[in-house]
Design a protein around this ligand. Structure first.
Ligand SMILES: Nc1ncnc2c1ncn2[C@@H]1O[C@H](COP(=O)(O)OP(=O)(O)OP(=O)(O)O)[C@@H](O)[C@H]1O
Ligand SMILES: Cc1cn([C@H]2C[C@H](O)[C@@H](COP(=O)(O)O)O2)c(=O)[nH]c1=O
Length: 212
């Protein structure tokens, strides 16, 4: 008997691109259509590591830049056993940020190369689809709650967007660029179409390893 595995679908983008809104809608629509799906998000702020990261992002504590990068990566690794368990049960994972955010945000800081930033995440479960929600950082800045956390300044978000552009040149990743400046429903339709294709393709293939 062959068992269909779930797919890993990642949404990426600068802060306030609409990732969480779209992840929730995608999970709901997939479930409404009988497709088993669950949402994961990184950072996962409920674990001990996630709580350290969360207070850093809220400017309640300071962490050395290399250290916090490794903590973000450790926060992904600690969720891997659960992710694999769900995938093997045939549940597709809709993931709000992943290692690409890790690399884009840290490498936007002075003195960090893309290579150094990628290393700790090498070997993570490889996404079957990564959608980059493209919106001008200055437009995203006009959206709700912007400016409350550490990285939410326009200069930094512009640098992050440039790092994402570099990451998207990697042909080993199934990147799809989504025009996220449109209304929520139009963005959702686009994301849903890409996701259904990825879920069908992933079903009978083994889970890959990221950047290996
Ligand atoms: N397509 C859209 N057009 C206009 N506003 C939107 C759109 N999508 C989401 N928003 C609004 O923008 C704000 C940020 O949305 P959301 O939290 O989904 O973004 P995010 O990318 O997950 O943010 P963060 O980077 O903080 O995780 C919310 O107020 C949401 O309602
Ligand atoms: C996964 C990850 C995230 N970041 C940054 C990106 C954002 O500024 C915050 C997370 O905010 P959210 O509202 O919870 O999405 O953290 C990072 O620097 N490194 C990472 O690996």
């Amino acid at each position: 008997m062959t068992c269909r595995r779930g797919a890993i679908i990642v949404l990426e983008g600068v802060d306030k691109a609409g990732k969480t809104t779209q992840c929730k809608k995608l999970v709901q629509t997939l479930q409404d259509n009988g497709v088993p799906a669950e949402m994961f998000r990184f950072p996962e702020r409920t674990t001990k590591i996630g709580q350290l990261i969360s207070s850093y992002l809220e400017n309640k504590n300071n962490l050395e830049d290399h250290t916090v990068h490794l903590l973000f990566s450790a926060n992904r690794w600690e969720l891997v056993p659960l992710m694999k368990e769900k995938l093997e049960q045939g549940i597709s994972l809709v993931v709000d940020r992943y290692a690409f955010s890790g690399v884009a945000f840290t490498s936007a800081k002075p003195g960090f190369s893309l290579d150094w930033c990628m290393n700790p995440d090498v070997g993570l479960p490889k996404p079957d689809l990564v959608m980059f929600l493209k919106v001008n950082p200055s437009e995203a800045a006009r959206r709700g709650q912007y400016g409350t956390e550490r990285y939410e300044t326009s200069a930094f978000q512009n640098a992050v967007q440039q790092r994402f552009e570099k990451l998207m040149k990697d042909p080993t990743i199934n990147w799809q660029v989504i025009d996220a400046a449109r209304n929520i429903e139009d963005v959702h339709t686009d994301i849903m179409n890409h996701s259904v294709n990825a879920i069908n393709k992933a079903a009978n293939t083994p889970i890959g390893e990221l950047w290996k």
